[in-house]
Design a protein around this ligand. Structure first.
Ligand code: FES
Length: 122
């Protein structure tokens, strides 16, 4: 079974698992404080579930490609909308600062939990 490493935790999921759902089920801080309530719940509209994903995952969906073409998500070629990602093998996930995860500094990494308590607040 594929392993996900995120926010200092490692857990197994079934192949094909939706990355957003897996992160939320394991209490990973996927969203900034503001986006915890106001997000699109996985419909590729809000863009706030953006993370860097390293490993075997599905190709971007048409919906994801469209949303990622708008600021502030655009320009982050190393990042994905977790709600549109299927886990196909072991993956490492990093969340960046900012409401959308559009910052340059890490909010958390595969090996480390939240780095700065206020980093995800926008
Ligand atoms: S949850 Fe809104 S784009 Fe992924």
């Amino acid at each position: 079974m594929p392993k996900i490493m995120a926010e200092g935790k490692t857990f197994e999921v079934a192949e094909g698992t939706n990355l957003r759902e897996a992160l939320l089920e394991h209490d990973i801080d996927l969203y900034s404080n503001g986006a915890q309530i106001f997000n699109c719940h996985g419909h590729s509209v809000c863009g706030t579930c953006m993370v860097k994903v390293e490993g075997a995952v599905s190709e971007p969906t048409k919906l994801e490609t469209t949303r990622m073409s708008f600021p502030p998500n655009s320009g982050h070629k190393d990042r994905r909308l977790s709600c549109q990602v299927q886990v196909l093998g072991d993956v490492r996930v990093t969340k960046f600062e900012g409401h959308f995860g559009e910052g340059e500094e890490s909010f958390w990494t595969p090996e480390q939990g939240v780095i700065k308590a206020t980093a995800g607040v926008s």
